[in-house]
Design a protein around this ligand. Sequence first.
Ligand SMILES: C[S@@+](CC[C@H](N)C(=O)[O-])C[C@H]1O[C@@H](n2cnc3c(N)ncnc32)[C@H](O)[C@@H]1O
Length: 215
Amino acid sequence: MTTMEEMRKKTVCQAAAEPPHWETDAEFDCLFRYFAEWEAPGLPLEIGAYYGWGDVVLVAALRARHELLQVPAEKLIALDPCERLGEIEGMKLDHHYTNFANWHEVLVRRGVWDWVLPVVATTEHAFEFLAQLRYRVIFVDGDHMQPSVDIDINLCRAALSPGGVALFHDCRDPARGCTLPAYDVLPAVEKLVEEDEWELLETVDTLRVVRRNPI
Ligand SMILES: C[S@@+](CC[C@H](N)C(=O)[O-])C[C@H]1O[C@@H](n2cnc3c(N)ncnc32)[C@H](O)[C@@H]1O
C-alpha cells in the first residue's frame, strides 16, 4: 500500500523534472502537504496557474487525499487570465504568462484535466464569483505587485474559512538570502500576520504559509 509520504515524494520528483515552473522542490513538497492533509471547511483554490505544473502537483495531492484519507473527490479551482498583463520588473517577459492552449495541453497530457475547474480571469475580474465560495486552502501565485496583491489578500479575507491556510509564493526575502528583485507580496504578508486573526505557520524558501485563526 502506497503511503502519503511515498506519493508526495514521487509527485515532487516528477514535477521537478517538468519545466516551466517557478517552484522549488521544497515548495512543491510543502504545497502537496497542505493540499493533501490540511483540514478546514471548503474547496482548494490556486491563483495563477501558468502552464499548470503547479496544478499537476496540487491535483496529485487531492487524489492522494481522496484515495488515502477517504475524503470525497474535489476539483481544484484554478485561476489564470491567460494573457500578458502589463510589465514585470520593467521588462516585457513572455515567460511570465501563458495562454489557455498551453495550460489545457499540460493538464490533458498529465491526466488531471477532469480534476481542475479552470477560471480564465484575473482575481479582480473573478472576485465576486470566487468570494461566493469558501476555501480550506489557497495557493496565491498570481500577479505579485500591488494592487493585485491587495486584491488576492482581500479574497483570502472574504473567502478563506476560519482554520484554512493561504500559501503565498514569491515572498522574496533578502533577510533569508534571496537576491532576486523584491515583489510586493512579502510586505503585504508580513503586515497580514501582524493581525490576531492571521498566523504564520511556516516559511519554505519563498513560500509563506498563513493560517486564518478561528475567532
Ligand atoms: C508565477 S506564475 C504562476 C506559476 C504557477 N503557480 C505554477 O505552479 O507554475 C504567475 C501567473 O499568474 C498569472 N496572473 C497574472 N496576473 C494575474 C491576476 N491579476 N490574477 C490572477 N492571475 C494572474 C499569470 O498569467 C501567470 O501565469
